[in-house]
Design a binder for this molecule. Structure first.
Ligand code: FAD
Length: 341
């Protein structure tokens, strides 16, 4: 690190603290931000530094306490009319200015639609690195650098990427992978309101209105019970059976990419590398072979139950309970039993 410092001329020791981007929409904190706080807490403790949540918005003061209860030592709160709705220009400018002033050593952002737009802009403006879509973060305690791990080469290897030359070290983190802390209302922290230097000319896009999608979004990420169907269903009607079991459990329907590609179900149900990463209490995979790209999205589930007629299907290698059999015989039996509970 010292050698790199000489090369780039950056005084790495001037950068301290871990920042988490606290993403809110319409005044409501995104679940992913809580997951990032849980992860950020772990990283900050390893480094022995403060964990700050960076909150941008307009009159969203109520969120500040929530961020502290979920692990932040400090909330850096930028409250401004022009920050009410997300804009790439406005948010990038404010956060880049704050980073230049306060110099955190690491900043993590959720790999949501907003996060994936915002984080690279900030990184480019600050001439620093960014690892996109991480599924694991850690600290090399000796060198005090952030180890950023993400799937590479179609999910066949996990690559650990470091940014030793530049600060802050930046990563976006896949939603649903990190664990949030339990809310603790006795946790104390500081809310630091910062002055925002922003005017209308800084923002090239004018957001007139934010309209919530009328379509019901499948909430796979927060679901406790997920029943997923794959190509083994054989036809789109098979998902009726999957839904029946999911409903009986009070859960939601997931799917493999093969079922999505076949047009049997919409992409928002897809679990895996190019779908959602989930961590439910129970994940039931029906007629899914267990390709590495599917496993990447569900293998951290607390309990995995696999139903497959092929005893050699790779899904059984990650399953806690495996049922070798025809899903059209097994699933109705499960539904009957669950309904008795
Ligand atoms: P198959 O592999 O065809 O498996 C069907 C299974 O059903 C078989 O194991 C079979 O034994 C079983 N079966 C058949 N009939 C029955 C029955 N009656 N009862 C019980 N079992 C039965 N995939 C994802 O899922 N999510 C992703 O996000 C994803 N991203 C990808 C990204 C990239 C870059 C690439 C290259 C691939 C990606 N894939 C993803 C695709 C992945 O490689 C697999 O092709 C896909 O997961 C296979 O889906 P499947 O298990 O439903 O189908």
């Amino acid at each position: 690190v010292e050698r790199e410092e000489k090369k780039t001329g950056i005084d790495l020791s001037a950068y301290k603290g871990v920042w988490v981007f606290a993403e809110q929409r319409l005044g409501k904190l995104m679940f992913t931000s809580l997951e990032l706080l849980g992860e950020g807490r772990k990283l900050a403790d390893k480094l022995g530094v403060e964990l700050s949540a960076v909150l941008l918005g307009y009159e969203v003061d109520g969120i500040c306490e929530e961020l502290i209860h979920f692990g932040a030592d400090r909330v850096i709160y930028a409250n401004h009319r022009l920050l009410q709705n997300y804009t790439t220009d406005g948010y990038t400018k404010v956060i880049a200015d704050l980073i230049n002033e306060k110099r955190p050593e690491a900043m993590i952002v959720g790999a949501t639609n907003i996060g994936r737009d915002l984080a690279p802009r900030i990184a480019a403006r600050l001439n620093t690195g960014l690892t996109a879509d991480c599924t694991k973060l850690d600290i090399d305690e000796e060198q005090r650098i952030l180890l950023q791990t993400r799937p590479a080469f179609g999910g066949n290897i996990m690559a650990t990427i470091v940014t030793p030359k530049h600060r802050p070290q930046m990563a976006t983190v896949r939603p649903g992978v990190m664990k949030k802390l339990e809310m603790d209302k006795s946790r104390k922290g500081i809310v630091e309101s910062v002055k925002v230097k922003l005017n209308e000319d800084d923002i090239r896009v004018n957001v007139e209105e934010v309209v919530k999608s009328a379509k019901q979004i499948v909430n796979l990420i927060e679901a406790q019970y997920i029943v997923s169907g794959g190509r083994g269903l054989g036809n789109p009607e098979g998902f009726k059976l999957i839904k029946e079991l999911a409903d009986a459990l009070g859960g939601v329907v997931g799917s493999s990419r093969a079922a999505v590609d076949a047009g049997w179900i919409s992409h928002d149900h897809q679990v895996g590398q190019t779908g959602k990463t989930v961590r439910p209490k129970v994940y039931i995979a029906c007629g899914i072979s267990g390709a590495i790209q599917h496993l990447a999205g569900m293998q951290s589930s607390d309990c995995i139950i696999a139903i497959n007629k092929n005893p050699d299907a790779p899904i059984f290698s990650v399953a806690d309970y495996g049922i070798v059999g025809d899903l059209y015989k097994v699933v109705p039996m499960l539904i009957e039993e669950v309904k008795k509970l």
